[in-house]
Write a protein that binds this ligand. Structure first.
Ligand code: SAM
Length: 233
């Protein structure tokens, strides 16, 4: 059974997607998706031999060799130009996802949709998307096994942007769509972040060290979070 995280992510793939799953590990997502959708085809990319072997044996076990292919290589280098129309990158940190996209951006020419699931620092992914002509069309947040995961779906629409002039920085950080939805896992994640920031600020105020700049920065972050979490946005 596919995890809720990967199953939610794959809901945003077109049924006939020709897609790549980069850092596929066991190839669970491409295998499960291609089992359900006979038109779909996938390439499971892996930079490490161990996970590549896991991917290969899962593909063989499910008899999907004709539609799912595992390839060894770094990031998007496993792809030929124009071979896929969607790319999934899940279960890594935001900065790593952004660097994989950036290193391989030549391979993204025919790609209409990116399906990304950064474990941390989603802001790095949002920033890359905004700078490279991809527009967020969905953002999801979910909690599974005690972890909160964010899912970002972006389409190639060079001229559109979801961000406002005044609040771009906060929107990039928290997610322009997530901060409107205010789903329970979003509130939980950022309330806990807020509590943590308030605790640090209190400690700094009690300490004798002069850390004015750090305090100003924390005060600003706390203000921004409170506004998003507790006021109409
Ligand atoms: N995508 C799966 C998921 O979300 O459950 C597996 C995530 S696993 C934590 C991350 C995988 O990415 C590892 O198998 C690792 O070998 C692979 N990986 C890391 N950097 C990579 C890169 N530059 N290119 C391809 N695969 C990479």
């Amino acid at each position: 059974e596919l995890s809720e995280r990967l199953s939610l992510l794959s809901k945003f793939l077109p049924e006939d997607a020709q897609f790549a799953d980069i850092g596929s590990d066991h190839a669970y997502l491409p295998v499960s998706f291609c089992q359900k959708h006979p038109e779909a085809r996938a390439i499971a990319g892996e930079v490490n031999e161990g996970p590549l072997r896991s991917a290969q044996s899962e593909i063989t076990r499910q008899e999907l060799e004709d539609r799912v292919e595992a390839r060894l290589g770094d990031g998007l280098e496993v792809l030929e130009n124009g071979e896929v129309n969607a790319v999934v990158i899940a279960g890594m940190g935001g900065p790593l996802i952004a660097s994989i996209l950036d290193k391989g951006k030549d391979k993204l020419e025919g790609v209409q949709r990116l399906l990304l699931q950064p474990n941390i620092h989603a802001v790095a992914v949002r920033r890359w998307l905004e700078e490279h002509g991809f527009c967020l069309v969905h953002e999801e947040i979910l909690e599974e096994n005690g972890h909160v995961y964010e899912i970002l779906i972006a389409d190639r629409h060079a001229d559109e942007s979801l961000y406002s002039e005044e609040n771009k920085e906060v929107e990039m950080w928290l997610g322009p769509l997530l901060m409107k939805q205010k789903a329970a896992p979003f509130m939980k994640k950022w309330e806990s972040h807020l509590n943590n920031r308030e605790r640090i600020l209190k400690q700094l105020e009690l300490s004798s060290q002069n850390q004015e700049e750090k305090k100003r920065e924390l005060t600003r972050e706390i203000g921004q979070l409170k506004e998003v979490l507790y006021n109409e946005y």
